[in-house]
Unconditional design. Structure first.
Length: 708
């Protein structure tokens, strides 16, 4: 029996309204899963609908299981037979029954991501493609985009117009499609596309399935793409009852095909549709909600709603600007320790960030202080392939060990195969020397030009390190001379480039913090980090991107890296208003993950990722001042700057308002940002390749940006 007393008025209306086309706009933490499952229970219990005539579409298997369990708890055996599944599972069910009409066997193979990569490996081998030049992820995205646009491999080849890279991609697509047919395979995109094609080609089959489902309910409707929406409408073509639940303010997967316009335009597709808003939040305090509300209301592409809670105002949102990434991470660490001492558990705390590369500093700080953590949805920073590749190059300068040699000799590719590497290894072992010494001494008969160039490159870097010693410049040389930067840029590997630039930042910070340290010291330090692992995954701080945090909630949330061009990201901003609004929705999702405490942090240092000075994110500035505490002192630091003595007269002085965060310009180093001021000395972060410099504040070459 449904307990309507457990529902607030809006939830109850959403459960019992009989309009055939209902759009439920369910704000974050508003109990949408409860409403959706009680809607199903209401149809069975009060409207006497046969459970087999109800279809509920979810977007994860976890959500499907949760709904099934709740229905079973409410209705016992009476709820059995309700079809609750992901849209892909539904397609498998339909195709398993009727794919024969398309001359395909019913026992077709479902090709998962590992299978897809295996097919690409075969294609790359046959077409002599190196995966470093064409990443699997990018190639699969290319294939999926062509499929969804109904572009066949032959048509893709025509559209390539002879451009070598596009022709190669089209040939991979052709191999991929042919290989799938040879094993009677369908990938996840095919499951939806083939079902749509089946229904379009055979109206009688569409009628059979549409007649079967009298009521169709769709969860997370804001994440639907056009193919999925087409299929949903096909399935509703007979009984024409569609119930959708979602939140346009949480549409954060447009890069996967989701279109916020689908949920926004639902009433245009179904003019009689009724919209019900679920605004009461059962997760967060009002200060957190008010902060999220005040940010998201700046978006134009949304339906107006205002989340509220009966949980009280709670603590205000905390915003803190720090001098650099290290200070930002140590501030988060300090707060984590304080909260843990107050009784919060580690697993109820989360550190969220816009991009994976931002985890680097917080990982280091937590490891240094023996705080257990779990990194969700990604690989630990120092274990990422591009980071390990470049650290191996740096090891070639200091150690020239065989493992570093093997990792770097053909990365980027230099035409050195595994057989050659094996032969060099055998020669090294026979002579009791390193593999590098084998090629340096000309002991291997083949590939002389490649190996001579490699040795010259390593020795050039070694000489530079001995003469100059500036690690950041050395790193830039390694990137350029090795071809690694070009390899990533050519493949449009934006995230990997961000990780590389973050590693450069790490190296520069290390040398600035420890000027006497050597490159070997740095590499040993990193090796220690990579050996440390969290011992207790059950009681550990959660580190994850905001995208990975969707659907989760924590007592305490830290959102780090709240700087312009980082969050919102520079790449998304280049898309104009559409990109900015998606970034703002991402901020809304991040803020509403917090139940009790929300911290926003940024740092005013120089960003090697964006190659510019940092400023506080607009997503901090947009928060209503009534619900946020900015912890930085409003009084600005003032430094006494003395003029140079003139004609041996008594030295005079002037008061100059240099302060942390000031944008400055230098006659040689150009634009920079003030990181710190001490004893009349400015610590300034300049752009690549200059890095961080310490300059006398009275020096005539330095002035505030914009001053004459």
């Amino acid at each position: 029996m449904i307990k309507y007393s457990d529902l607030n008025p809006a939830q109850k209306e959403a459960v019992i309204d009989d309009n055939p086309h209902l759009r439920i706009i369910a704000g974050a933490g508003s109990g949408k899963t409860r409403v959706l499952t009680m809607r199903i229970a209401y149809l069975i219990e009060q409207k006497d609908v046969d459970p087999r005539h109800i279809l509920a579409i979810t977007f994860t298997n976890k959500a499907a299981k949760e709904m099934k369990d709740r229905i079973a708890e409410m209705l016992k055996e009476r709820g059995a037979g309700t079809f609750i599944s992901t849209i892909h599972s539904l397609c498998v069910r339909i195709l398993s029954e009727d794919i024969g009409a398309l001359n395909y066997p019913k026992n077709f193979t479902i090709v998962d991501s590992d299978d897809q990569k295996q097919i690409l490996k075969e294609a790359y081998r046959q077409l002599h493609i190196d995966k470093k030049d064409y990443a699997y992820g990018g190639m699969l995205e290319y294939i999926a985009n062509n499929k969804c646009a109904d572009i066949s491999p032959s048509r893709a080849l025509e559209l390539a117009s002879g451009e070598p890279k596009q022709v190669l991609r089209a040939k991979v697509y052709e191999y991929y499609a042919t290989r799938l047919l040879s094993v009677y395979g369908l990938d996840f995109d095919d499951l939806i596309l083939w079902t749509i094609r089946l229904f379009k080609t055979f109206p009688d089959i569409k009628y059979k399935w549409s007649k079967r489902f009298h009521y169709i309910l769709v969860d997370e409707f804001q994440d639907v793409d056009h193919g999925q929406y087409t299929l949903i409408k096909q399935l509703a073509s007979v009984h024409d009852r569609i119930y959708v639940v979602g939140d346009p303010d949480q549409t954060i997967y447009t890069w996967r095909g989701a279109d916020v316009g689908i949920i926004m335009d639902f009433a245009k597709d179904f003019p009689d549709a009724k919209t019900i808003f679920l605004n009461e939040n059962y997760r967060s305090t009002n200060n957190i909600l008010s902060g999220a509300n005040s940010v998201i209301k700046n978006n134009r592409m949304r339906l107006e709603k205002e989340l509220f809670s009966h949980s009280g105002d709670g603590d205000k949102i905390i915003h803190k600007s720090l001098a650099n990434e290290d200070e930002e991470s140590y501030y988060v660490l300090k707060e984590i320790k304080k909260l843990y001492a107050e009784g919060y558990s580690y697993h109820d705390m989360a550190v969220l960030y816009r991009s994976n590369y931002l985890s680097r500093n917080i990982e280091k700080v937590l490891m240094e202080n023996h705080i257990p953590y779990i990194l969700y949805g990604g690989i630990r920073f120092y274990e990422r392939a591009e980071v390990k590749d470049l650290l191996a190059y740096l090891r070639m300068i200091t150690n020239k060990d065989d493992l570093a040699f093997i990792r770097t000799i053909n990365t980027p590719k230099r035409g050195i195969g595994q057989k050659t590497i094996d032969n060099i290894h055998d020669l090294a072992k026979e002579n009791g020397i390193s593999m590098y010494e084998v090629i340096k001494n000309g002991m291997y008969a083949k590939n002389h030009e490649v190996f001579d160039n490699y040795v010259a490159m390593i020795e050039k870097w070694e000489a530079f390190l001995n003469d100059d010693g500036e690690m950041e410049k050395l790193f830039a040389m390694v990137l350029d001379d090795s071809g690694y930067r070009l390899m990533l840029e050519s493949a449009n590997e934006t995230e990997r480039l961000e990780n590389v630039k973050a590693l450069m930042d790490d190296l520069a910070n290390y040398q600035n913090t420890m000027p006497e340290a050597t490159l070997e010291d740095y590499l040993q330090n990193i090796a220690l980090y990579t050996e440390r692992q969290s011992q207790n995954d059950g009681e550990a701080v959660n580190l994850l991107t905001i995208h990975s945090a969707k659907g989760l909630e924590f007592d305490v949330v830290f959102v780090i890296g709240m700087s312009e061009n980082i969050f919102p990201s520079r790449i998304s901003m280049e898309e104009g208003l559409k990109g900015l609004e998606e970034e703002r929705r991402l901020a809304y999702v991040a803020y509403t993950r917090a139940r009790k405490r929300l911290y926003l942090t940024d740092n005013v240092g120089f960003s090697y990722v964006t190659q510019g000075s940092k400023s506080v994110s607009r997503f901090v500035a947009e928060i209503d001042e009534k619900c946020i505490n900015h912890l930085n002192e409003k009084k600005k630091a003032v430094s006494l700057i003395f003029d140079e003595p003139i004609n041996n007269k008594k030295q005079s002085y002037t008061l100059t308002a240099f302060k942390k965060g000031d944008l400055v310009t230098h006659a040689v180093f150009k634009d920079g940002v003030v990181l710190d001021i001490k004893d009349g000395i400015l610590e300034i972060a300049f752009g690549y390749p200059h890095g961080i410099k310490k300059i006398l504040a009275s020096h005539p070459s330095i002035r505030k940006k914009g001053e004459e």
